[in-house]
Design a binder for this molecule. Structure first.
Ligand SMILES: Cc1cc2nc3c(=O)[nH]c(=O)nc-3n(C[C@H](O)[C@H](O)[C@H](O)COP(=O)(O)O)c2cc1C
Length: 380
């Protein structure tokens, strides 16, 4: 299994990512990674920052001539906005007063972060807690995806709700979900797309913000990733842990977890069938492709709930940490709704976990070794 680390502040020089334990001889297409970085930056309801940054990956190590070396992969993503922030974010010397933040925003890391790390300037917290960090996790996921695709594992996502505009029926047809790629809110249903856009416009006009729900579907996952033998080896536990690590994600369901909780067992559990062509298979997928902590060969379905963006243009009440006087929260340039962008981040985080588990099962130092192991298990 490979390990990952990210670093970088939102208005610092840039972001850094590191992957250790990735196999050798995997072809990596930088254009695909930049495309995924671009997908994260799109979406109706985003703020002005996205117009400034056009993220591009710059590999520092671990790749030579377009192929991985098996050594640690490290990369840099430049923050173009640093030019405007150098006086406040320079590692050597800064103007501490001009951009000082002392009015914590409810819903952010601001207050507790400043108390925990003993800062009088909340900027020291918000620079790192910002979701700008998710660009590194998208780049890592995009690298993971290029290896996963060799084994026919694919990931897609779509937005199923923004505020009160919510799809009425679950969609499991991957081809329909793929159409969400062309939607500004990543929703393939045109009527719902208009309703979502309307909700975002209304929230923006009110100086308010919105959250929502997105769904990730992963196809081609072989049976038996994860395990039932120990609680911390369960695939559902690993996916939810990592997805909860995305800023503002406050609920993760495997399959239709919460809806299933209201139904009888006979209406929930996916009956087992076998035929010579398909082998063991199911005709329904309420479980979302995971039973007993292991992938069961059906598509993996994960639903994530994102809370409304905490920075409000009509700010909420707070307390100044210097004077302890009641104040209104700081306004940093902000999105009104970032559910479409979060759905791209979710895709990339989920495929990273799936690839980690795939490599745990079919471990090898080189791509060739992994392919050999994978082929020997294909009939299971
Ligand atoms: C893709 C994405 C974009 C985000 N954009 C913003 C934003 O513009 N303004 C904001 O206040 N929060 C934004 N957030 C959410 C905050 O980063 C998050 O709520 C905050 O760091 C507190 O963390 P928590 O919600 O996980 O507790 C965004 C989150 C994601 C995933």
């Amino acid at each position: 299994m490979f390990r990952i680390l990210t670093a970088g502040e939102s208005h610092g020089k840039g972001l850094v990512g590191m992957i250790e334990g990735f196999p050798s001889n995997v072809s990596i297409d930088t254009r695909e990674i930049n495309k995924d970085l671009g997908r994260r930056q799109k979406g109706y309801g985003r703020g002005g920052r996205m117009k400034i940054e056009q993220d591009k990956i710059d590999f520092l190590s671990g790749i030579r001539g377009g192929k991985t070396l098996g050594s640690p992969i490290s990369f840099f993503i430049k923050n173009k906005d640093y030019e405007n922030w150098e006086a406040y974010m320079n590692p050597e010397e800064v103007d501490e007063e001009t951009r000082k933040v002392t009015q914590p925003r409810p819903g952010h890391a601001d207050l507790t972060g400043a108390l925990k790390y003993n800062f009088s300037d909340i900027r020291n917290v918000l620079e790192r807690s910002s979701a700008r960090e998710t660009a590194t996790r998208v780049a890592i996921g995009s690298i993971a995806r290029q290896l996963a695709e060799i084994f026919n594992i694919e990931v897609v996502s779509h937005v199923t709700a923004i505020g009160k505009a919510s799809l009425k029926k679950p969609v499991q047809d991957i081809e329909i979900i793929k159409n969400a790629e062309d939607s500004p809110v990543r929703c393939a249903d045109k009527n719902m797309e208009s309703a979502m856009i309307h909700c975002i416009d209304q929230a923006k006009e009110d100086g308010d913000s919105l959250g929502g729900v997105f769904e990730i579907h992963i196809t081609g996952v072989p049976k038996g990733l994860g395990s039932y033998v120990q609680w911390d080896r369960k695939l559902d536990a690993k996916l939810t842990y990592s997805l909860m690590g995305i800023q503002a994600i406050k609920g993760v369901e495997i399959g239709y977890g919460f809806e299933n909780a209201q139904k009888k067992g006979s209406k929930v559990h996916d009956e087992i069938f076998h035929d010579p062509h398909k082998g063991y298979h199911r005709r329904t997928n309420h479980a979302g492709g995971i039973e007993g902590g292991m992938s069961n060969g059906e598509n993996i379905i994960i639903r994530c709930a994102m809370k409304p963006i905490p920075t409000l243009y009509k700010p909420l009440k707070t307390v100044d940490i210097k004077t302890k006087e009641p104040m209104l929260a700081t306004i940093e340039r902000s999105d009104t709704c970032a559910v479409p962008a979060a759905s791209v981040v979710g895709e990339m985080v989920a495929i990273t976990v799936i690839l980690q588990e795939f490599l745990t099962k079919f471990h090898g130092d080189s791509l060739e070794e992994i392919v050999k192991k994978w082929k020997s298990c294909l009939s299971i």
